[in-house]
Design a protein. Sequence first.
Lengths: 152, 133
Amino acid sequence: MNDLWLPVANPAFFAQVGPWFMALPHCKTLGLELVAAEKGKVTLKLPFKPELIGNPETRVLHGGVVTSLIDTSSGVALYTLLMQPEAAATLDLRIDYLRPAKPDLPLYCTAECYRLTESVAFTRATAYQDDPTKPVAHSVATFARTSSPTDN
Amino acid sequence: MSCDNLEKALEQIPYAKLLGVQVSLQAGQPQFYLPYAEHNIGNILLPALHGGVIGGFLENAAVLHLMWARESAGIPRIVDFSIDFLRSGKPLDLYGQCEIVRQGKRVANVLMTAWQDDRSKPVAMARAHFLLN
């Protein structure tokens, strides 16, 4: 299990913080799972659940669920670059809904922190189902680092 | 659309039920309400509501506000959503209201605001485009 986190900035730290994020109450409610991580990049999985439907006729996932998955994935991506614990808050998040999420399939999100400054993290993320080349949503976000130790 | 119909529409949306969203009419406009619940927490240290919960709550509010304003049973499809988080969402009840900025033939632009104990201090503001049926 630990091998999965080896390429991140601080494997011992990320081995703790990754599962810690997944155990947060709303992440647990959604059933989020961390499936891969490397320096600057993570992939999270959201298994399909009927409670997450937004349109009862089409059974398409609610956009809000996609928002939670992308927000969490983007936040976790920045922790792959950190050496030690610090707080980060989402400043803004923009999502383009490219196609509806099909029912009964898991939704994955690969998020990348492509620029980390002393005070801000810039992220981009893609959510997809069975085919990563046909994304359900694309997103960009910024996060404020509330403390920035001089380890970067 | 009456408040009863809004409540019925809300009842049909599984994710809105999971969050615990409620609705009432305030000065003739729908006001959305999310009672505090531990399962909506996203930061246990502060603690704070999950940003995705605030986003999902507002997005859902915009969908229902559009259905209410258009007297339509069809659920509008979201095209894009952009949210600014202005303050952390405290472990308190959350309120939301929407404004239709522009409604064209096919596309509507909606502004959303979420606040908690003080309406003049919003926790988030968002805007979205929807495709109308």
